[in-house]
Design a protein around this ligand. Structure first.
Ligand SMILES: [Zn+2]
Length: 314
């Protein structure tokens, strides 16, 4: 029997579908993307994926018996690596067993994973947490996504909500609701959106001079840029941001005790400037046995999702 040496990783986003062809040992041989067609509740989504995957197999002269399968990352809740709940970002595509449906179309085994978990699994396989058995991956973007790998296994949990660090309640005094309906979630402070809200609140509540006041509309990146060039209010905002995030990480470290926290997403583009502050603050809050936990930047960027989806097949 021929060995199945190849894997496909697919990352379905609201506007594009990213695809990658991998070897079993994690080498990315080829990557490409197609548009996401969400018309008619995404009826063409799986046929489009099947078509482009079979097209790539023909191009690379790969036979079905040489490919281990397709990992499919989707922006929604996934049950049993197969059933996908309707996805808000995909015009309510979902509500069925997507693994079976795609498998029927292309004749390959398929497993499905939530996209945040795929990104975490990707960093665990070939990125910032490579070679480690316990890792927490956090995407700091518009929201805060996260995934937890404990003893080499991705934590999914009873309701698929395992590792949703962004919705830990860390501020009982919060009066504005989080997207989840709760109050005081980590996401409300550690997301880019949270940083912008904090900046606007601080600017409105003080008279202090700040380069931020000269901007028509403050973005999270503006705050980091201004902090870097010494703007006092911006430094205060970044310090508070790092402090809150570190406090969240210290809580997680009591439960998971990971080798590493890997930080990705748009906010992490602030790089060492952010990481160093988070590391410092983490030392203040961490339960003593967890103080040695590494805090690192993600390494795979927006490719993490295809890596993790492919890894799911192994
Ligand atoms: Zn929440």
């Amino acid at each position: 029997m021929k060995e199945k040496n190849y894997l496909f990783g697919v990352d379905v986003g609201g506007t594009t579908i990213k695809l990658g062809l991998f070897t079993k040992d994690g080498k990315l041989l080829d990557q490409w993307q197609i548009d996401t067609n969400t018309d008619h509740q995404g009826a063409g989504l799986l046929p489009d994926i099947a078509e482009t995957v079979t097209g790539k197999m023909a191009e690379k002269r790969l036979r079905v018996d040489g490919v281990a399968g397709i990992g499919l990352g989707v922006p929604g809740a996934v049950k049993d690596s197969s059933y996908v709940a309707p996805c808000a970002n995909l015009n309510q595509w979902g509500g069925f067993n997507a693994a079976d449906a795609l498998s029927k179309l292309c004749g390959l085994p398929v497993r499905v994973i939530n996209d945040a978990n795929a990104a975490g699994l990707g960093e665990f396989w070939q990125g910032g947490a490579k070679g480690m058995e316990n890792a927490v991956f956090i995407t700091l973007g518009t929201g805060v996504g996260s995934s937890v790998i404990a003893d080499g296994r991705l934590i999914v949990g009873a309701h698929g909500a395992g590792g949703e660090i962004g919705h830990m309640k860390i501020n009982p005094a919060e009066t504005i609701a989080c997207g989840c309906g709760g109050f005081g979630c980590l996401e409300q402070y550690a997301s880019a959106t949270g940083m912008v809200r904090a900046a606007n609140d601080l600017l409105a509540g003080t008279n202090g001079a700040s380069a931020l006041r000269r901007l028509p509309k403050v973005t999270c990146k503006d705050v980091f840029d201004c902090a870097r060039s010494g703007d006092h209010l911006s430094i205060l905002l970044v310090n508070r941001y790092a402090d809150t995030l570190a406090r969240g990480l210290s809580i997680v470290s009591c439960v998971v005790n990971p080798d590493v926290f890997v930080l990705g997403g748009g906010v992490s583009a602030a790089g060492a400037f952010l990481i160093d502050k988070v590391k410092q603050a983490f030392q203040l809050y961490a339960f003593p046995p967890t103080r040695g936990t590494q805090i690192k930047l993600a390494e795979l960027g927006s490719d993490a999702g295809i890596y993790g989806a492919a890894r799911l097949i192994l």
